[in-house]
Design a protein around this ligand. Structure first.
Ligand code: UDP
Ligand code: MG
Length: 327
C-alpha cells in the first residue's frame, strides 16, 4: 500500500465535473462544493468543469465562474459527446495527484470528498463511494440498475461494484493507467474496475438532484447497459455456439423419433402446427443471434476508425491565464 509520491506539495486534488445543460445547479454547486474543497487539510484543489456541448447558457456561466475563481478551469467540448467522453476529457485535463469525478447536480454530497481523501492518505489508490441508500432514485431505476449489475457481473470477467457510480477518488497512478486504455467507446465504470489497484470503499446516501432533470432517458440507459455488457464480455457472442449445438441435438433426436414413428405407423401427413412453430421459433432465434453479432460488429467498426473520444474547442481559466503570462 504505497501511494506514489504526490507531484505537488501540498498534493493537488482535481474535481472533474461534466456538465450538460446544468445552468440551474451551477451556483448552488459552487456554494456547496468550494467550502468543502477549501477546508481539505494540507491539500490544494482545482475544479475542472467540462462543458459537454450544453444547449443552454451553461458555458457562459462556467466561464464567469472560472473568471471569479482562480482554481476553476473550464474545458469546452466541440459538441455533446456524452457523459463518458466528457468525464474522459476532464480526467485527461486534470493535473491533480488525486482525481475525483463528480456530478454537477450535487446528487453526491460534497461532504463525502474529505472522507475519500482520508482513505487515500491511508494508502489506497482507489476509494469508491458506494451509495447505501438510493431512495432518491426512482424504483424502476434502482431495480433495473441492480438487475444490470447482477447480469453484468455474471457474464463478464470484471466485477462492477454494485451501487457505485462514477463518484470515486483515483490516485495519479490509476489515472495514468486509465489513460493507457485507448478504446473510443468508453464505459467508464468498467474501465475503472478493470484497472484494479488497492481499493477502499466509503458509504454515503445519494441525494435527489438539486435542480434540473436527469439527462439519461430509459432508452439512453438501455444503450448504456448494452455498452457495458459488450465492452467487457464476449459471452453473448459465444452463447450461440452452445445454443446451436443444443438445437441440433434436439432436432436430431426428434428426427429419429419421427423416422421410427413413420416406419411403424406410416405417414398420415399431419404436423402443420409443429412445423410452423419450429420454423418461426428458430427464425426468431436466428435473428436475435444475428442481432447480437451485429452489436459487436458495429462496435468493432466504430472502434476501428480510431476517432478521438472527444474534441476540445476551447479552454478557460487558470492555465489559459498562465499561458498568457497574466494572473
Ligand atoms: N452529463 C454530461 N453529458 C451528457 C449527459 C450528462 O456531461 O450527455 C453530465 C450531467 O451534466 C451531470 C452528470 O453527467 O453532471 C450526471 O448526469 P445526470 O445527473 O443527468 O445522470 P443521473 O444522475 O440521472 O444518472
Ligand atoms: Mg444526477
Amino acid at each position: 500500500m504505497n501511494p506514489s509520491l504526490p507531484h505537488h506539495n501540498p498534493p493537488l486534488l482535481s474535481l472533474v465535473v461534466p456538465c450538460y445543460n446544468e445552468r440551474e445547479v451551477l451556483s448552488e454547486f459552487m456554494r456547496q462544493v468550494i467550502p468543502v474543497l477549501q477546508a481539505l487539510p494540507a491539500m490544494n484543489y482545482e475544479v475542472v468543469f467540462v462543458n459537454d456541448g450544453s444547449r443552454d447558457d451553461t458555458l457562459d456561466r462556467l466561464v464567469d465562474i472560472a473568471c471569479a475563481h482562480d482554481r476553476v478551469r473550464v474545458v469546452d467540448l466541440s459538441r455533446n459527446f456524452g457523459k463518458e467522453a466528457a468525464m474522459t476529457a476532464g480526467i485527461d485535463e486534470a493535473l491533480g495527484d488525486v482525481v475525483v469525478p463528480f456530478d454537477a447536480d450535487l446528487q453526491d454530497p460534497p461532504e463525502v470528498i474529505p472522507r475519500l481523501v482520508a482513505k487515500w492518505r491511508e494508502g489506497f489508490d482507489v476509494v469508491i463511494a458506494r451509495r447505501v441508500d438510493r431512495s432518491s432514485d426512482t424504483l424502476l431505476k434502482r431495480k433495473s440498475a441492480s438487475l444490470f449489475y447482477k447480469f453484468h457481473n455474471i457474464i463478464s470477467d470484471i466485477d462492477l461494484p454494485e451501487n457505485a457510480g462514477d463518484f470515486r477518488l483515483m490516485s495519479r497512478d490509476v489515472v495514468d493507467a486509465l489513460k493507457r486504455m485507448t478504446e473510443s467507446r468508453r464505459f467508464m465504470k468498467g474501465l475503472f474496475a478493470w484497472v484494479g489497484f488497492n481499493t477502499a470503499v466509503v458509504e454515503y446516501t445519494r441525494q435527489a438532484r438539486v435542480a434540473g432533470k436527469t439527462k439519461f432517458s430509459g432508452w439512453r440507459l438501455w444503450n448504456f447497459a448494452l455498452e457495458g455488457v459488450t465492452s467487457f464480455s464476449t459471452l453473448p457472442l459465444r452463447i450461440w455456439t452452445y445454443f446451436g449445438f443444443f438445437t441440433a441435438f434436439v432436432a436430431l433426436s426428434y428426427a429419429v423419433f419421427v423416422l421410427i414413428r413413420t416406419l411403424i405407423f406410416g405417414n398420415p401427413v399431419p404436423g402443420y402446427a409443429s412445423i410452423v412453430t419450429i420454423l418461426l421459433f428458430l427464425g426468431g432465434v436466428q435473428l436475435v443471434g444475428i442481432g447480437v453479432v451485429g452489436e459487436y460488429i458495429g462496435r468493432i467498426y466504430i472502434e476501428s476508425k480510431q476517432r478521438p473520444v472527444y474534441l476540445i474547442q476551447a479552454r478557460y481559466g487558470v492555465s489559459e491565464k498562465v499561458k498568457r503570462g497574466g494572473r
